[in-house]
Ligand binder design. Structure first.
Ligand SMILES: *[C@@H]1O[C@H](CO)[C@@H](O)[C@H](O)[C@H]1NC(C)=O
Length: 159
């Protein structure tokens, strides 16, 4: 089972998300979720082993959320990130989804891209989903994302 650290850079402020800004001045929002990334694996946290100048620039010009904690596995963390609810309230607190598990993040949950769509944003996801795909309604493009380039399960080979 993968250990996971969620690493977030949100390039906006919450008041902007709430519609406080005119449409044309709304910032782009980039959320990066990195598996198996240790706290000190980015140079803006002090690593001198792994230089991360692009991430450092995003961090220094964005908002660093440094006091948030995640489950040590993917599915619970992703469900919490996208819903804003603790995994025990999404029913996905126990484990990662495996294979074609006949469940996923409940369709009764409104998730981040759906809120962003209401504010006029285009929403795209790149990489893994890992929140269920046993019915098409559970997949990213039925959950508020305009597009998804990636895979529905937890891992994929690159060769
Ligand atoms: C969605 O349904 C599940 C299962 O009944 C429940 O645990 C969860 O709290 C519900 N979510 C919302 C947002 O009502």
């Amino acid at each position: 089972m993968n250990q996971q650290t969620v690493f977030l850079i949100i390039v906006c402020t919450w008041c902007q998300l709430q519609g406080g800004c005119a449409q044309s001045s709304r910032p782009h929002i980039i959320v990066i979720v990195a598996d198996d990334l240790g706290w000190n694996d980015v140079s803006f946290h002090g690593s001198n082993q792994i230089p991360t100048p692009a991430l450092d620039t995003l961090a220094y010009t964005g908002v660093m959320l440094s006091n948030y904690y995640v489950s040590p596995i993917c599915t619970p963390s992703r469900s919490a990130l996208l819903t804003g609810r603790h995994p025990i309230h999404t029913g996905l607190q126990h484990d990662v989804l495996v294979g074609a598990a006949p469940y996923g993040l409940g369709l009764n949950e409104t998730i981040m891209p759906q809120y962003l769509k209401q504010l006029g944003y285009e929403t795209h996801i790149v990489g893994k989903w890992h929140l269920g795909f046993f019915k098409k309604e559970y997949t990213p493009t039925f959950r508020g994302f305009d597009s998804h380039f990636g895979y529905w399960l937890g891992e994929e080979g690159y060769s």
